[in-house]
Design a binder for this molecule. Structure first.
Ligand SMILES: [Zn+2]
Length: 465
């Protein structure tokens, strides 16, 4: 078997790994690379292989850095199946359509400026039609059952990764020289005790493992600590007569925050107050969460038996259209406003932050990782004035952070996950991690006794036998 790492190599986006055995070639994930615009555009638009040579894609989950470049693959002639779990495929549909809309809108915006100075027009990375073609290639499989990979003489299996709805650990089994060889891919590995989802399945028995290492050098709080902290911040803000503004990604984090607030109201930790989810994409994602209770953990199932809908309660309003979104501004008194994106870089959250940041009664509450060079990160770092839509606003609102809502296993959990299979592993490859985190996890894996552990570079090929 030959592995080639065409993305998420010493970085956290653009997940894409090429697996070749005999005459078969499959891809694990086909994600968008995000980052510096010119570099990301070039990488996403120019696939480093012939899409027509591929037999199938196995998709770990619906985050755009894992599925977001599938339309480019199909646009370039890939005609095989894209296999994911049923929930992953349902979420991938809305994520790809949303991504195509962003690609088209961004290109139209740039072209407007380019037109003024007579520059050549750009084409979007892909269009809605390309996304729809990719969506038609999606084919669903259940967790835990072996299936034949369409178009290739290989078997594969999805195990629950506990990261977002439908997320999977992938196992690929192949025959080489009369021997059975198994490759595992962690996808993004979730955390134990996360709300809504089941715990990640134990590591499968495999010969070679591709493992994510987002938190390869760090520990984070347990999800169990997050809910009381979230409730406390909302309580304190409400006591001041203020609003709590929560920047949150539309997929997974928003559903988790809504469910957590619902639980806190039910338990009495929080008095009922108006809560708004101001995001069309979050509304769509929530609908898909509601369609897949079969993958919820026992606690969520029990909650549903008592209170019905984890993602809906009397004081909660989802807003889709722009007028309803603007109307939230006119509201007096305490409320919670959840909007995306989570790092305050784009989307409706910018308006809510702008309208509320100047009032000391309010709180901006961060519930996710804040990357460098984002407004979210600058606010967490304590800037006194924030620049939004070209204007400066004084930061008077309180800035708070709850970090236990992470959807990724931390260093200790990653190493604990690998430990039971360490003696059988012939090689472990760390992906989906910045260089420092990757190096730290490689070191940890070597300390477990896995000598052949490394963090591949972009385009690196490894022969596994
Ligand atoms: Zn993910």
């Amino acid at each position: 078997m030959r592995l080639t790492f065409w993305g998420a190599a010493r970085q956290v986006t653009g997940s894409m790994h090429w697996v070749e055995t005999g005459d078969s070639r499959i891809l694990l994930d086909c994600g968008l690379m995000q980052g510096h615009r010119a570099e990301a555009n070039a990488r996403n638009a120019n696939l480093p292989f012939a899409a027509t040579a591929l037999d199938a894609v196995l998709l770990s989950h619906a985050h755009v850095d894992h599925c977001g470049n599938l339309p480019t693959l199909v646009k370039n002639g890939f005609g095989g199946d894209i296999v994911g779990t049923h929930a992953t495929n349902d979420l991938t549909r809305i994520m790809l359509l949303d991504s195509a809309k962003i690609q088209e809108q961004d290109t139209a915006y740039l072209n407007k400026k380019r037109g003024l100075r007579g520059a050549e027009m750009l084409v979007p990375l892909y269009t809605r039609q390309d996304a729809e073609s990719a969506i038609r290639s999606l084919t669903g499989r259940a967790y835990d059952k072996w299936f034949n990979v369409p178009g290739a003489p290989l078997r594969a299996q999805f195990l629950d990764a506990g990261h977002i709805l439908g997320s999977a650990i992938t196992v690929v089994e192949m025959q080489e020289n009369g021997k059975t060889l198994r490759l595992g891919f962690s996808g993004d590995l979730g955390v134990k005790d996360k709300l809504i989802l089941r715990d990640p399945a134990p590591a499968p028995a495999v010969d070679y493992l591709i493992i994510e290492g987002t938190y390869g050098d760090r520990l984070h709080d347990s999800p169990r600590d997050s809910e009381p902290k979230l409730a406390r911040v909302i309580r304190e803000t409400t006591a001041r007569g203020g609003k709590t503004i929560i920047p949150s990604f539309a997929l997974d984090r928003t559903q988790e925050i809504v469910y957590s607030i619902h639980r806190s109201i039910q338990s009495g930790a929080l008095s009922p107050l108006p809560v708004f989810v101001d995001s069309p994409l979050a509304m769509d994602a929530t609908e898909i969460y509601r369609m897949h209770p079969e993958v919820f953990d026992a606690e969520t199932v029990a909650f549903m038996e008592r209170h019905e809908d984890p993602f809906g309660f009397r004081q909660l309003t989802y807003t889709r259209d722009v007028e309803a979104s603007k109307a939230i501004n006119d509201l007096d008194g305490p409320a919670v406003i959840i909007a995306s994106n989570g790092m305050v870089e784009a989307g409706r959250i910018l308006h809510h932050v702008k309208n509320n940041i100047g009032d000391a009664r309010n709180t901006i509450l961060f519930v996710g990782y804040q990357a460098e060079n984002t407004l979210g990160r600058r606010l967490v770092d304590g800037i006194k004035r924030a620049r939004i839509f070209g204007e400066e606003y004084p930061v008077r609102a309180r800035i708070e952070q709850v970090d236990g809502f992470s959807a990724h296993a931390d260093r200790a959990a990653l190493l604990d996950w690998v430990r039971p299979i360490r003696h059988e592993l012939k090689g472990v490859y760390v992906v989906h991690a910045e260089a420092d985190a990757a190096a730290a996890l490689v070191q940890g894996l070597r300390e477990l006794g896995i000598r052949n552990a490394l963090a591949p570079t972009y385009g690196q090929q490894i022969i596994c036998d």
